[in-house]
Write a protein that binds this ligand. Structure first.
Ligand SMILES: *Cc1c(COP(=O)(O)O)cnc(C)c1O
Length: 409
């Protein structure tokens, strides 16, 4: 008999989306004519930018020629894409990141969980509560936690609550934590970090020799030019942070798949003999063995995001979603709801005005307005009482949903 990785059995079954679907199904059974609007989705809805499509079509034709054919590419990604990214996303914002420090991948979800391959089980780990569930579950799978408590917390993880009381900004842990996951702009709360907040974290990490895993998947949604887009805008971050970026939300690449991680060459960890080892070397080794790169065609599509045409198109995409977010925010504010986020992120985080729990609010909106949100409690205990509404939808759906909700109050 083979034995399995029993850590998987510690995982809490992912009830959230199946539970949402079940409630919606049950409701539709009783009200078959109901016109349901789903504002629960965390996936983009607008089509791929034309600039990306033409670049990918040209790349396909190139692949059909002897001279233009590409087989296995560099595991780290093509140099031309990494150089474009390094210049456009980092150097032009004053961050000293070189193309060597960029690793192209097929997704940030994979990167942030695969990163655990090169880190030991002995690290203490902190996540916010609520949180993007991938950070927690991948640590459970890797055996970095104990069992889950009846309260829903995994033993061995440190949870940093983010609520309206602290403006959805976690306080620094009192004790030393080795690895800290941060996500700004935040999924699910829509919160944003100022430069001074990130400075606090970088100083903490430098003082304790910690590593910050910074998820900037929603960086392109930041509206205020003074807010940091990258952790590397903070002095010292190159000694203590890894950043995850993705084209999924920026350019509608959720189904096309392309992302990248930034791993500065300065970052080190210690091995079991107490000697310093470069994290970059380990990640390079890991990727060269376990990953064979993103397709040439998709990397050409990603490169086109940085062309003048591509930039214009993604600005329009993001403005479209952010106008949706502004409509949700403004309409719900009018009827006196307590609302957060939505200003630099495509998510609005709404406090339940009608009952105790997130599910009470979910049911209320489903039954009275036929609008589906995502219960905040699904992202962690401290998300209880909130609902996440997503701006990834059509204008007409967002407006109709808001009309229905506001007419209830
Ligand atoms: C959507 C999202 C990502 C992107 O994941 P991909 O695998 O690149 O599609 C990463 N982090 C968060 C918090 C997200 O919501």
């Amino acid at each position: 008999m083979i034995s399995i990785n029993s850590n998987y059995q510690k995982l809490k079954a992912n009830y959230l989306f199946p539970a949402i679907n079940e409630r919606v199904r049950n409701f539709v059974d009783t009200q078959p004519k109901a016109d349901i609007i789903r504002l629960g989705i965390g996936d983009v809805t607008k089509p791929l930018p034309a600039a990306c499509r033409s670049a990918m079509k040209a790349a396909i034709d190139e692949m059909g020629t002897v001279e233009g054919f590409h087989g296995y590419g560099p595991e780290q990604g093509y140099g031309w894409l990494r150089e474009t990214i390094a210049y456009h996303d980092f150097q032009s914002r004053g961050c000293d990141i070189s193309s060597d420090e960029i690793f192209i991948s097929d997704g940030s979800k994979c990167d942030c969980s695969n990163m655990l391959d090169i880190l030991s089980k002995n690290n203490s780990i902190a996540v916010t509560d609520p949180v993007y569930p991938v950070y927690v579950d991948s640590n459970v799978m890797a055996g970095h936690t104990g069992d889950i408590s009846s309260e829903g917390y995994y033993e061995g993880l440190t949870y940093l609550p983010i609520t309206a009381d602290n403006n959805f900004i976690a306080s620094l842990p009192k004790k030393k934590i080795d690895i800290i996951y941060l996500c700004f702009p935040n999924n699910p709360t829509g919160a944003i970090a100022t430069k001074s907040h990130l400075e606090e974290w970088v100083n903490y990490a430098l003082k304790h020799g910690s590593l910050i895993l910074f998820d900037a998947a929603y960086e392109a949604f930041i509206q205020n030019p003074d807010l940091p887009h990258s952790i590397f805008e903070i002095n010292g971050a190159q000694q203590c942070a890894i950043e995850f970026r993705s084209f999924s939300k920026t350019a509608g690449f959720t189904g096309t798949r392309c992302a990248f991680s930034v791993i500065p060459k300065d970052i080190t960890g210690i091995n079991h003999e107490g000697n310093k080892v470069k994290i970059w070397d380990l990640w390079m080794r890991r990727q060269s063995t376990k990953f064979n790169g993103v397709s040439y065609i998709v990397q050409r599509g990603a490169e086109a995001i940085y062309s003048a045409e591509g930039q214009k198109e993604i600005k329009q995409l993001i403005n479209f979603y952010m106008t949706n977010a502004a409509i949700i925010y403004k309409e719900l504010e009018k009827v006196g709801f307590n609302i957060y986020g939505g200003q630099h992120a495509p998510y609005v985080w709404v406090k339940n005005p009608v009952g105790q729990t997130s599910w009470d609010f979910f049911d209320h909106l489903l039954k009275q307005a036929n609008v589906v949100g995502t219960p905040g409690s699904g992202f962690g205990k401290a998300g209880e009482g909130y609902l996440r509404l997503s701006a990834f939808n059509s204008r007409i759906n967002v407006e109709t949903a808001m009309n229905r909700i506001t007419s209830m109050y």
